[in-house]
Design a protein around this ligand. Sequence first.
Ligand code: PEP
Ligand code: MG
Length: 757
Amino acid sequence: MLKTLRRIIQEVASAQDFREALNIMVKRVAWALDTQACSIFLLDHKRGEYVLMATKGLNPHAVGKVRFPMTQGLIGYVGEREEPINIDDASKHPRFLHVPEVKEERYKAFLGTPLIYHRQVLGVLIVQQQDPRRYDESEEAFLVTLAAQLAANIAHAEATGVIANLFDAQKPKTGEVTYSGIPSVPGVGIGTGVVVFPMMDLDAVPDREAEDIDTEIRMLEAALAAGREDLRLLSERLYPNLPLEERSLFDVYQRMLDTTDLGAEIVNLIRQGHWAQGALRKVIQKHVEHMENLENEYLRERAVDIKDLGHRVLLYLQKNERIMPQYSEQTILIGETLTATDLAEVPEGCLAGVISVRGSSSSHVAILARAMGVPTVMGVSDIPMYDLQDKEIIVDGYYGQIYISPCESLLDQFVRLAQEERELDASLESFRDKPAKTKDGHRVTLMVNTGLGADVSLSLAAGAEGVGLYRTETPFLIRDRFPSGEEQRVIYRQLLASFAPRPVTMRTLDIGGDKSLSYFPVQEDNPFLGWRGIRITLDHPEIFLVQVRAMMRASEGYNNLRIMLPMITDVSEVDEAARLLKRAYADVIEEGFEIHMPEVGVMIEVPSAVYQARALATRVDFLSVGSNDLTQYMLAVDRNNSRVANLYDPLHPAVLRAVLQVVEAGHQEGKHVSICGEMSGDPAAVLLLVAMGFDSLSMSATSITRMKWVIQQFTFKKACKLLQEVLSMESPVMIRCHMELALEQVGLGGLIRAGKR
Ligand code: PEP
Ligand code: MG
């Protein structure tokens, strides 16, 4: 059975497209179980209906056409029960639904199993047979095992919008379509869809229709010829040193790029309407998957070479045709995994909204969008993103809703809400120069998080009283090598000068996790639990020393520098960093710079640091809570993973208690305690942080005036009362509701939904 199972999975994986994959599934399963019919019904969540998507044994003309409500029939029953249903005579079952179009009258025996991925029913796989009988245990187990594996393929097709496209292809096109994701940056964005995808990544090439088939074929042929020429030159250069076997491989690869071999397959797909890049991806993926599944190890390893051939040809295809996205004046940027560079490439003032298929509200790209004040929805996994180019789109960053091609009345409504948003922001202008003080005089310092693109003038204009977190990664991310000490000094000095005499907290390099440098790749199974932050820089004192010396030199004459250490999990890391900092200071003084030793602090962003906050506080001048990472590590929820984003909430009672414990520990040692995670710009959290006694809160520039507004509407006494109330609550949802209600009651509802009120 295992062999059969493996073979089916392999064949499904090498299918040209999803529809073919479904057809292979039903044919092979029917054959493996020696049964007369096998069919797949997928659930169209939007319409709450099961749709027959593939069949062997039922009416093939019903595929894509027969739909019935998810609450009806035996299919609905399997979905509801979320377990296999095995019946000897289906027609006698009370849930049997006669749908004449499918022509199943002759079948009696029925075995159906749900296709479930991450607790969500995606569809139902059934087998049927004419003789009344119960399928035996091993058949049932086989079907369940297969369904579990196939569900992952279906989930992938759903995530990339393929299924939505299939469903949409069946139904008449009418009006707007709505999708939902994770609300990540509040606000309303209205504009035109611009889809971006990473260059030189074969797997990321989207499916698109060829605009002109002959042109696509010509481009492909040129790219294939260039690829062949590359290989010829390579083999010529290496020939004298190559063993015979490798030499003949080069010849084979050259031949594969011939227009009669792989080339012919690609051309074939182009003729069917695919653009050249998409056709190349499909053919290469098919061959790679096939080879990876071969028993022969030598041949299996050749899959890498086929991938390389594909990348080589893609390079030439894209070189001839580096399509710069056509940004519109109101661009809604859409991508599978958007990067900071994607956002930065949009011309200034043209970015109206961001939609990302992957990621969640605490991904770094969402943090950047927040710093830029651009309404953003992350983790919109079912959106058919490649169909959204040039479509009119509304992004509701409050509720995480996306409206495609909205009708006039909806558009009018959102245009009005967006206008109200602007009015709200304008009315908050008056708060800009006022201190963040509660009604009864409790003062808290509001600082800005910068480094991920938020510009300095925006921060100062928003009334930031300093920089609470400067993410120094940016100068490292935008180069193809480590920036030199002098390059760093110039960048740091600009920032220190712009904010002087206000303090500027510079965090030492915090790469790893979801921030990797192309020229310093770190491949790990578990990057967030791996080599990141201080772990890397202590292992590379040469990187650390160059950076902190550059910071210190840059501070001459301003003396407003504070240095902060990320991802501290143990006091020994602080001791080691302190030793290096002292050494750097001595070096810089010896060079003749006249500077003070900067204040040094640690970030509290992992649970171990919470429990050792007091010991850490004795060693440094300040503590700063990194609530983004602290939430992910306390709750064991990857901050970038949209599948578990519903579990990620800094208002979780455990996170609140941890944060409170840090403030108390820091203050017991008489040290300044701040918080620089996104939590401080969350209207539902800010009052709790004030009540906990944080000395300063650091947030995105665009949040500062809004949070000032919140703080000024409450007394410190009321904030403390709210904190006491939520500390007795057990669920993050209740806590959020409680805090949002408090905001509503003083007329601050405009901060949690679109519009003014
Ligand atoms: C944090 O983890 O809260 C933080 C501020 O750092 P980053 O988001 O850059 O990881
Ligand atoms: Mg962090």
